[in-house]
Design a protein around this ligand. Structure first.
Ligand SMILES: *Cc1c(COP(=O)(O)O)cnc(C)c1O
Length: 247
């Protein structure tokens, strides 16, 4: 499974075709339908032009890591784009995050969830949220420990402005993506346990990125977050310090 993203003059259309082929092949291997997997385009560090081009090619779901970057970029993008926040969110930016994003995938603590509830109430919004899980227990990453999320799930669920749609994880960065299969499987099992506890389905499993989306889909991902394989390499200097999995 090669990830060809090094050629600067490859077009987004060509890269999208290659990503689509990988998604289709993984769905095939897993006996899943292509429609079960949403391709989320991660546009961080890339300009609004690139978003517009991807939207023109039919993509509708886009993601940013930083509130500040999103605040400048989103107004310049086609209005039909739907936006997801995937980077760590500090409570003092919860107000802007609620105003800008339809889905907040990086809800990583009960205190952040409470702040989002407060802001959502003020703004009369109902953001969709995913709970970010640190499945591998890496100290460098944000996210709930699996046992902690089960313990606090009902308290998050009681926050009536937040619609919990599922779970998100960033797998450890490894060169052989087979080695992260176990973490994707763990997230799926945790999702099943959490849905059981809630007595309601948690349909979204946001897992898999440019390097490991194939294995993630085989393990049940319903949303792959793809940046580099779609838009090309990110300029290194602009990388977010909290962007896990990249270095
Ligand atoms: C940057 C980022 C991605 C996309 O990573 P690529 O390897 O460029 O596809 C996905 N998820 C999160 C949380 C990210 O920060």
């Amino acid at each position: 499974m090669s990830v060809d993203n090094s050629t600067a003059n490859t077009s987004i259309a060509d890269r999208l075709a290659a990503v689509e082929a990988r998604i289709a092949a993984a769905c095939d291997r897993a006996g899943r339908a292509r429609q079960e997997v949403t391709l989320l385009a991660v546009s961080k560090t890339h300009p609004a032009d690139a978003v517009a081009e991807a939207a023109r090619l039919g993509l509708t779901e886009f993601a940013e890591s930083k509130v500040q970057e999103a605040r400048a970029k989103i107004p310049m993008c086609p209005s039909r784009c739907r936006w997801h926040l995937i980077g760590h969110l500090q409570s003092n930016k919860a107000r802007d995050a609620v105003a800008l994003f339809e889905t907040i995938q990086s809800v990583d603590s009960l205190s952040l969830a409470r702040e989002l509830q407060k802001q959502a109430e003020k703004q009369s919004r109902r953001p969709k949220v995913l709970l970010e899980i640190n499945v591998a227990g890496e100290s460098s990453k944000f996210g709930w420990a699996p046992d902690r999320v089960l313990a606090e799930l009902m308290e998050v669920n009681a926050l009536d402005r937040l619609e919990i749609h599922g779970l998100m994880t960033i797998a450890p960065y490894v060169t052989d993506s087979e080695r992260v299969r176990v973490y994707f499987r763990k997230l799926r099992e945790l999702r099943d346990a959490a849905a059981d506890r809630l007595g309601a389905p948690l349909p979204v499993l946001s897992m898999g990125m440019s390097g490991d989306l194939d294995v993630a889909i085989e393990e049940g991902s319903t949303m792959v977050r793809v940046g580099t394989a779609l838009f090309g390499d990110r300029p290194r200097l602009q990388r977010a310090p909290d962007e896990s999995g990249a270095d």
